[in-house]
Design a protein around this ligand. Sequence first.
Ligand code: GUN
Ligand code: ZN
Length: 425
Amino acid sequence: MAQPLLIRASLLNPVDADHWVFYRDGGVLVHEGRILGVGAMSEFRQQPVGAMLELDSLLVPGFVDVHIHWVQHHVRGRFQRDLMEWLRNHIWPEEMGFDNELFARRHAQNFFHDTVRAGTTLGMAYSSPHVRALEIAASEAIGDWVLGNSIMEKAAPEPLCRASPDNADQVAPLLKKLGREHYAVTPRFALNCSAALMRDLGDLARRENALIQTHLSESVNEVREIREAFPEAQDYTDVYDRAGLLGPRSVLGHCIHLSTREHQTLARRGAWIAHCPSSNEALDSGRMDLQAIRRHGIRYALASDVGAGPSHSMLHVMQRFLAQHRDAGVDVNAREALYHATLAGAECLGRGDRAGSFAPGKRADFVELPLPDGSGGPDHWFESLLAGEARDLEERPLRTWIEGHPMETDFDDEDDDHWPPPDWD
Ligand code: GUN
Ligand code: ZN
């Protein structure tokens, strides 16, 4: 039987928002895609190993992105303006193209190659409303992904909208086909759905213990439109609460313009926030009140929200997270950033036992960041990487390991050069 592989490198292992464990000379023992052990190299002296790989690198767990739109990847960071205008004039017309299977497959391949190249090994993504595009994405996924077709019944171009019974009827078979681990019930946001449809979706998700993803309180104009569309609700959060869409398996994107009552509701329901700092900045949506989120004990994980987010790199997201809250005088640090881009994301997606950190029994999914010459302490280097200039982070050379297999990442970033895609075997 094959012996385990011992990888020797510096390691940063997130524990919680305040702590990581750093091994300057660390080891990860990997066997058949699982982690058998992690610690200082000295702990592995007596360990029989098949092979040892010595890397002049810093290893961190694979990044987790809990809110990204794979169908917007090719237009990420473009058309930046107010959310509602951006959706109506640019994004929805763009998503209409995903009724074409060839177009969908090509974009799915580009998306998964790019995200794995940037170190993302687990994520949850919005698809367009087209069921076939969702199935194509599921078949092209690299790494561990949860996907959901955006459910839209109104207030958007007609080709994206489905009549309500069709919407609800589509979800159960997709959930069965992809499985609870890989399918999320995805009412796009309340403006696209009636209260009755959201109730049906909430009932189904609760019955099946499915993940739910949607958007909540991203822009001031959106909140105003919600108030007009749902006069019976106390506030935006209450629109979802009345529909039974808030629970520990719910992941709500943005959550910027919330009242104390809304924070209390989210905390009471145990719902998760997908915090999208780079996207919030790009659309000028506002800054999520991190201090209020902490005070109420609401759990959150970081997310790129590509295409409003300009980059799918979670390094970039961590960097904007730190810069944005620091600029507002909030005390944040690299420990909190790394935890929320890895282990918190895995917990958010129900994989805290399998992913998100180096621990025996977890998947051997991690990111290798080559250390530059004279980088000083690798932990300090990581902090300075996140505190530095944002521009090059998407292009940062790194290697992603998924279940023990290093993924080569030296291909060009241009869409056209990915077709046909490189062979990953
Ligand atoms: N709200 C509803 N749809 C979207 C979307 O595609 N992106 C963002 N950022 N917000 C949304
Ligand atoms: Zn989004």
